[in-house]
Design a protein around this ligand. Structure first.
Ligand SMILES: NC(=O)c1ccc[n+]([C@@H]2O[C@H](COP(=O)([O-])OP(=O)(O)OC[C@H]3O[C@@H](n4cnc5c(N)ncnc54)[C@H](O)[C@@H]3O)[C@@H](O)[C@H]2O)c1
Length: 289
């Protein structure tokens, strides 16, 4: 055990660290001198990320967690406490994907996506929050949402719904933890060249049946978001290039890349217009109409 409670080394816990964005996050934190705990349902992947950190001279542990199983998260929190003596930064980064039009998504699809992406994210935070609270100084929680919240597209209904919930959770968490000195940032990655579809397929419980991926769903999604799969897709390492600076400033929202600004402004304007249409007609003392 290396107890980092008093030596100034931050302990960073990352879920979904077995590949992609989580592994890239592990790289940037380790390069900054932080000790990293790499957690994933794919134990080999998590250990591969930890090994890569150690080979670069950093300090890392790994462990298997299944976000759908709160007991495994609790056990992981206890293992991190034993190994590193606490947690200063938590990156709740796991998300699974299931494409499909609303009338093609099965009840099992919805159950799986919402249980992992929403309830799994909540369970991740509640399992590690006591470790964060037991530390002092600057602490942080990072939640991985998605640019699909900023610029929704077709065939992503279950996923986008789940990531909206992650945003709602994160907004609330940020307000509730502010007085304790624990920052909360929500990350909105756009397309990245990761194993997301494959890892989602592998992580899906067998009893829910196979995860169907139809190329036409992907094509329809890209077209509806005015994207193509070449110009908008970056490496996860690129996506985290400003992560540490944004966290140091406790930015509420972190966008990685992608040309969604105009779509975001249009949506914001539609909200403001809805509010303005109501202005003048919101006299609550007027008789009900
Ligand atoms: N790849 C993209 O284009 C993209 C875009 C926007 C948001 N995201 C989000 O980024 C995050 C990371 O995804 P990624 O692209 O790096 O994919 P990835 O497949 O490289 O990483 C996701 C990891 O999560 C793990 N995982 C899946 N289910 C799990 C479970 N039940 N318990 C524990 N671990 C589990 C997988 O084994 C995998 O290692 C996700 O939240 C995803 O929704 C990805």
């Amino acid at each position: 055990m290396t107890d980092h409670a008093a030596d100034g080394v931050r302990v960073v816990v990352i879920t979904g660290a077995g590949s992609g964005l989580g592994a890239a996050m592990a790289g940037v934190f380790a390069a900054a001198g932080d000790a990293v705990a790499c957690l994933d349902i794919d134990a080999d992947g998590a250990e591969a990320t930890a090994k890569a950190v150690r080979e670069l001279g950093g300090e890392a542990m790994s462990g298997r967690v299944d976000l759908a199983d709160p007991a495994s998260l609790q056990a992981a929190a206890e293992a991190v406490q034993r190994r590193f003596g606490g947690c200063d930064v938590l990156c709740a980064n796991v998300g699974v994907q299931q494409f499909g039009a609303i009338d093609h998504l099965s009840a099992q699809d919805w159950q799986w996506v919402l249980s992992v992406n929403v309830l799994g994210t909540v369970a991740t935070v509640t399992s590690f929050l006591p470790l964060l609270r037991a530390r002092s100084g600057r602490r942080h929680i990072v939640l991985t949402a998605s640019s699909s919240v900023l610029n929704p597209g077709v065939r992503l209904g279950a996923y986008t719904t789940s990531k909206y919930a992650v945003v709602g959770f994160g907004e609330t968490l940020r307000m509730e933890l502010e007085q304790e000195g624990i920052g909360v940032s929500i990350l909105f990655p756009a397309g990245m060249s990761t194993r997301h579809l494959e890892s989602s397929r592998l992580a899906r419980p067998a009893q829910l049946g196979p995860s169907l991926l139809r190329n036409e769903d992907v094509a329809a999604m890209l077209a509806s978001r005015d994207m193509d799969d070449k110009t908008n897709v970056v490496t996860p390492e690129f996506a985290v290039r400003n992560l540490l600076d944004d966290l140091a400033r406790n930015e509420p929202y972190i966008v990685t890349h992608g040309g969604y600004r105009d779509a975001l402004v249009r949506r914001q304007e539609a909200f403001v217009a809805a509010y303005d249409r109501m202005a003048g007609s919101n006299d609550v003392t007027a008789p009900a109409r």
